[in-house]
Design a protein around this ligand. Structure first.
Ligand code: PAF
Length: 283
């Protein structure tokens, strides 16, 4: 597996793979890879002939008080895992390579509606940063398919809307969340948790699942489910950011008549903000 840092090198390798008739997959990441990321690469290896992963901690999607500086950077370990997973090329651009004219005057790609509220409400500008960097990566690689984790449910909705609205001929594949044995969704940010916080953290998914079960059992009072869930999160030591029931495709607030639902939550454990979700279709 080669690692390239420049768009010029990336394009040269992609052009060669294309001229050999290869189907190309892209797995965009911010590095500090765990089994969740590797599951995306494994899926890419199954679905394409040439797999490219990118590692770029994108400053444009971090707010001023967020963890851009401390975000874990573990390139050597990431390279080893990608190699083992069968990745063919790793793209690790610098900030200057991605934003050669600076970020202040960078063209911004904004996906409306699905980017609003939830993480978009708590992290203003976050999804503009995501859709901009993903647009750039898609234009640099022009992959046939791109693979994202369902843990970032809203991000996946944003990327789906982006390729639909801008007619990008790229198939987006969402892969199920990979979890630890106690249910905690794998995330690079889990590494920030103390031992006690790590023990308490699975409560986020437990509460989300509790709401999912109640919905499946016919409970229609969404407000009550959410206020009970918020209390349960607080009792487990979380400071809830949001807990919501939304329509799984449009991401608008769900009504009792909706059947295709997603329960989404974000909550702080100490200073660490964790997110999770559960997609369910009511029977
Ligand atoms: O999910 C992530 O790791 C990032 O948001 C992504 C998709 C790589 C864009 O920077």
């Amino acid at each position: 597996m080669n690692t390239v840092k420049t768009v010029r090198e990336l394009r040269a390798v992609v052009a060669r793979a294309r001229s050999e008739g290869k189907r190309i997959a892209l797995v965009p990441t911010m590095g500090n890879l765990h089994s969740g990321h590797i599951a995306l690469v494994t899926k890419a290896v199954q679905r394409a002939d040439f797999v490219i992963a990118s590692i770029f901690v994108n400053p444009l999607q971090f707010g001023p008080n967020e963890d851009l500086a401390s975000y874990p950077r573990t390139l050597a370990a990431d390279q080893e895992q990608l190699l083992q997973a069968g990745c063919h090329l790793l793209f690790t651009p610098t900030v200057e390579e991605m934003y050669p004219h600076g970020m202040a005057d960078q063209t911004i790609v904004r996906v409306p509606v699905v980017s609003e509220g939830l993480c978009g409400g708590s992290r203003p500008g976050h999804f503009d940063g995501v859709s901009t960097v993903i647009s750039k990566l898609f234009n640099m690689v022009q992959p046939d398919i791109a693979i994202f984790g369902q843990k970032d449910f809203q991000q996946l909705a944003v990327v789906n809307a982006l390729v639909r609205d801008l007619n990008m001929p790229i198939q987006i594949i969402g892969e199920p969340t990979v979890r630890a044995a106690d249910g905690l969704a794998l995330s690079s940010r889990n590494g920030y948790l103390t031992e006690d916080q790590r023990t308490a953290a699975p409560a986020l998914y437990r509460v989300i699942k509790q709401i999912g079960t109640a919905l499946q059992n016919g409970e229609q009072d969404h407000q009550q489910l959410i206020s009970d869930g918020v209390k349960d999160l607080e009792a487990a030591g979380f400071r809830p950011d949001y807990l919501e029931i939304r329509h799984a495709v449009s991401l608008r607030p769900a009504t009792p008549d909706d059947r295709d639902l997603v329960v989404l939550g974000a909550a702080f454990m100490g200073k660490t903000r964790l997110i999770d979700n559960l997609h369910l279709v009511k029977e």
